[in-house]
Each structure stands twice: as C-alpha cells, then as structure tokens.
Write a new protein. Sequence first.
Length: 404
Amino acid sequence: STAQFEPVDLLEAAKRLLADYEICPRNKELIEIHKRCFAGHEDKLELNLAKLHIPELAKYLVWIPFERFINVTVLGIGGFACVYRGTVRWPAESFVFLDRVEKLNYRIMKETVERDFAMKEFDETMVNELIFATHISNHHKIWQNPTMGIIGLSYHPTTNKYLIVMHLAKSSLESSTLTKGSTTTWAMIYHMATELTVRLQMLHDLGLVHKDLHSGNVVINHNIPYMIDIGLAVPISHANSAPGDGIYGRLEYLPPESLCGEPYTAASDVYCLGTLFWQFVVGVPPRGTAAELMTDGMREEMVPEMPAEYENVIRACWNPDPVKRPSAKEVVEMLRTNATAIREHLVKSSTIKYIKAREKEYMAKTESTIFFAESQVSRSQFHVYKDLMEYSRRISATTDNAPT
C-alpha cells in the first residue's frame, strides 16, 4: 500500500515550517524566562536533541530533570502515549519572572513558587509532533497561543521515554461544566466558540491542519479553549495529498469526506469545529456518525430556539461539500458580525428541555456496559478507509430501507 507521504518527507516539511517563521517577541521573553528558571541543563538538552536529529529546537526549549517534578500522577492514556501531571517547586528567590511594570526587567520572586505541568510521552517516531508543537507555541503573530505552550523536555527514568513538558490546563471540554448548556449563557457559548475558532485560524495560518479535532482534544484554561494533541497534524501543503490507507480519530467527529476515503483538509477541521459548536450548547457528543446525516444534510438536530445567527454558522461548517464550507477565518468573521444577536439571546425553556433530554440519553448510553464493550465510537483509533467506506455504505442502505 502507498502511504500518504514518506516520514522523512514529513520531517523535512516540519523543519521547513520551523525555519520559515520568526519567533514572536512575547515568546522570546517566555523562552528567556524558561531558560532562567531551568538553568544549568543546556548540555543535556543539546545532547538529547542531537540524538533525536533536531538540534534546531535548542533555542526554543529547556531540559527539565525528571527529579524536579513532585506529585507525579497519570493524567490520561491516549492512543499513542501516556500523559502525566507533575509539579515543580522553586524555593524562595529562585523563580524568575518578567516585571512588565518596571521596564520589563527580569526579577526574582521572593516567595516559594509552584507550577503544574503536563508531561506527554514520546519517542523517536513522534519527532514531528515535537517540531509542530514548538512551531505552534512560538511562531504565532499575536499574543494568544493556539495550544497549551510547550516548555521543554524531560526523560522518565522508569519508562525510559522522553517527555514533552507543557503548561497544564484546568479541565477538558469533555469534563468542563462550561459545556453544559443548561447552566451557561449564549454569551459564554459565543465566547468559547469565537476563542476556539481564532485558535484554529492561527493553526491554519501557521500552515497546519489538526486532523483529530474533538472534545477530548480541547482543554479549558481560565475560560479559554485550547487545542491539544497535535501529534497527527500535518502541513497544509501535504493535506491534499492522496489520503493513504486510513485515518486516525474519533469516529463520531470525523467529517463525511473521511468516511468516503477523501483527504482530510483544513475544511475537514472546520466541519469538526461545527460539531464542537453544537456540543458547546448541548454539552454531550453528537449521536452516531457523519454516515447518518439528517435529512437536511446536517450532522445533528438543531437545538430548539438557539440564535438563528449561531445556527447558520453551524450549518455552514456542516456543509457536506468541503469546498463550500467557510474557512476558519470566515467563521470568526461570521461570529463577530453577529456577536450582539448571539450574546444577548436568552436561553429559552425549550432549549433547556432539549439539552436535559440529550444529557439523560447520553448518560444512559455511557452507563451501559454493552455500549462500551461494543462501541468503537467513543475513542480515537486508526480507521482503515476501506472499512469506513463499507460502514458508510451499510449505514446508508439501512437508512434508505427504513420505514417512513
């Protein structure tokens, strides 16, 4: 079988992205802070980056000895790697910060400081993810970061695996109560949708598509959504290539073109964005998959009495034809143009009733042992295109033969 592109080709494309962008001024300051807070390990960093054949990353990252972390626990186990949580403690008068009031001077914190970090395992086969994460964290042109920023590297002495060290988010979209429509407002939904789309636009502007955009890969930190787990991201220049044998992701979030064996592009990210917009309101994942579209071609039912302007954005993102979907930039414009109408819309009783019914339905399903034993929907995994196309044909035939 023919792969989408050779790993070496992708590695070179990743390195070109890294070389083609300048570090934004704010991130130069952050890198300097990291270098000062974790000083004394540059030789270790350079040695390990040389082993990974990516010495170019030395100016961006720091090396953090694993023994600096306390209270290390497993945060989650994904399809490719285990993610840990750990705390670093700086004794009094050792933590460096940038004093923006006093002429941007670097100063020492007098008190003891603790910071929590996420640490994701990776090995030599995942070098592209490290390059992309470094690129995304440092080359965006405005102060926002599309992802939780990468700090540096460490090495787990027990598992003998490298660790990508990142800032730790407060919660994920799946677990955050902000996603519960019955306890939020349209102003908050508008805020979350706009902030996430701005970050997706930034990712696309940096030349990347995410390729696995679902509620488990969106985290919430201080009421701001960030994308994580960009290990499957590819340069947009490669996204329109032959799709290869299959695709990795959560089946219920895959766009319809992925079920037909077509390439995953920036427009596919936008389709997934529409699904997340819907989930911002309802608080639970959608039913079924994109093989089971509604009669109007939409991925899911429209929520009763949600703002027409917000519904129109979701419908545009869910256009079955990728060519007819708006870009992430255009979605931002659509949202901001209708900001007042969306933000000031009152949450109606019919909306709350619908949300509670969907929450009850979802909880009943997830509590079923049969659902978890048999369903391949609820987790990310590799899907062979041949199987996806057969699945789509089977669902289509069942739908066509259903009684009316």
